[in-house]
Design a protein around this ligand. Structure first.
Ligand SMILES: Cc1cc2nc3c(=O)[nH]c(=O)nc-3n(C[C@H](O)[C@H](O)[C@H](O)COP(=O)(O)OP(=O)(O)OC[C@H]3O[C@@H](n4cnc5c(N)ncnc54)[C@H](O)[C@@H]3O)c2cc1C
Length: 374
């Protein structure tokens, strides 16, 4: 027989969005369970040894790992929060039940409200031989180096000049790895110029308007053939060039992890600016399933600062809907929304603002296009 656990709020995913959501709700006295498939809380932050960019009020300047440690400590001190690590939410079923695999057994959790904060997965890139050993995602390289102290290789080609590609390149350089080049398909560098300048100062070339045509090697990567792209991102034959390397690192974007949202029949919409399919939600992060909220990268690829603010808004709103009302809810929610707006203001937030305009409002509400699969 499968054990059934009842709780006020179930938070799926223990990254920055899930942790702040749980804290905000628990501080209003809601009973919370966090399920996290990894062995510790923190999500992406557990790999982020660099000092954070983003909003000052949301811990810019602090290292990601230290933000994770601080939030984890706060959670450990809250008797209202129960944390299940190495626990994976597998499915959302009728009667509002989530099944979770934990300690080699299935548990059922029934919650009054659920916050899905499952983060994102890395995008893959198509090129010849992309399955050769030595081709990694940037997340895997960060995990190897920053969690386990293992170098992925000696000579790396980085693909992608967004913030992740630039930061991981710098971390590789700091670890003594030779970064042969950063390759970027776009005509411009996507990441902050401060990160790009740091890389350039070390002598690493950044080739914009280029891509990888093929990985070269028999049993493992020995190099890559890179090629120039035209303005439509088509390869220009005759511009191929070989770069010798033992590792190709792909930092070509993230995709929101939304399978549980799709399964729970939340209406979805495809928004390239937010990384792919995302759930339609209102300004409190409530999806079209009345029981379910979303927060963080699962709602659209952004940054940890935005994920933490979204988590707080969702946690606060979920607790009030369950019945844990407090006098300051309205003012506190307004403050958090103001912070988010500020964070997304200016030229850097333009893409996010454009993306968000597509996920709100009745005009955009489409039926879940995966419904037929259920
Ligand atoms: C190299 C790099 C550098 C970055 N630098 C910065 C920076 O300087 N500043 C900044 O603001 N942001 C930065 N970011 C972005 C930031 O890390 C993410 O936006 C943020 O971690 C998103 O938080 P999240 O809680 O939504 O998701 P995550 O941190 O991805 O956490 C999601 C959690 O959910 C868990 N999970 C997923 N599915 C399940 C399931 N079914 N059951 C149970 N658990 C599940 C995962 O194991 C994970 O722990 C960086 C990202 C990268 C990769």
């Amino acid at each position: 027989m499968i054990l059934l656990i009842n709780t006020d709020l179930l938070v799926i995913g223990g990254g920055p969005a899930g942790m702040t959501a749980a804290l905000k709700a628990a501080k209003r006295k809601a009973e919370v369970i966090i399920v996290e498939r990894y062995h510790e809380l923190g999500g992406q932050l557990t790999k982020q040894t660099h000092r954070f960019f983003g909003s000052k009020s949301e811990q810019a300047g602090t290292r990601g790992i230290d933000i994770a440690r601080g939030l984890t400590k706060e959670i450990q001190n809250m008797s209202e929060i129960k944390v299940l690590t190495e626990a994976t939410a597998q499915g959302y079923y009728e009667d509002k039940i989530v099944t979770v695999s934990y300690q080699n057994k299935f548990r059922k959790i029934r919650a009054k409200r659920i916050i899905i904060a499952t983060g994102a997965s890395e995008k893959m890139m198509l090129f010849e031989n992309n399955d050769l050993p030595g081709v990694y995602g940037a997340g895997a390289i960060q995990t190897l180096m920053n969690l386990y102290g293992i170098l992925p290789g000696k000579k790396v080609i980085m693909v992608g000049a967004g913030n992740i590609g630039l930061i991981v390149s710098y971390q590789l350089l700091q670890a003594g790895v030779e970064v042969k080049a950063v390759i970027e398909a776009d005509s411009e560098i996507g990441g902050y110029l401060v990160h790009a300048s740091k890389i350039r100062r070390t002598g690493v070339p950044i080739y914009t308007g280029h891509s990888v045509k093929s990985a070269i090697g028999e049993s493992s990567v020995k190099g890559a053939e890179i090629i120039k792209l035209d303005e439509n991102w088509q390869m220009i034959t005759g511009t191929e060039r070989f770069i010798k390397a033992d590792t190709i690192c792909l930092a070509v974007g993230l995709r929101p992890l939304v399978s549980l949202l799709i399964q729970a029949d939340c209406a979805m919409v495809y928004v390239p600016e937010l990384g792919g399919d995302v759930p339609i939600r209102d300004e409190n992060l409530k999806t079209t399933n009345d029981q379910i909220f979303v927060a963080g990268d699962a709602a659209g690829i952004e940054e940890a600062t935005a994920a933490m603010l979204e988590g707080e808004i969702a946690g606060l709103k979920a607790a009030s809907e369950i019945g844990y009302l407090s006098e300051d809810v309205v003012e506190e929610t307004r403050r958090l929304k103001r912070e988010l707006k500020k964070l997304r203001g200016g030229p850097i937030g333009r893409k996010i603002r454009r993306g968000l305009s597509k996920v709100r409002g009745d005009d955009n509400v489409k039926k879940n296009r995966y419904s037929h699969l259920r």
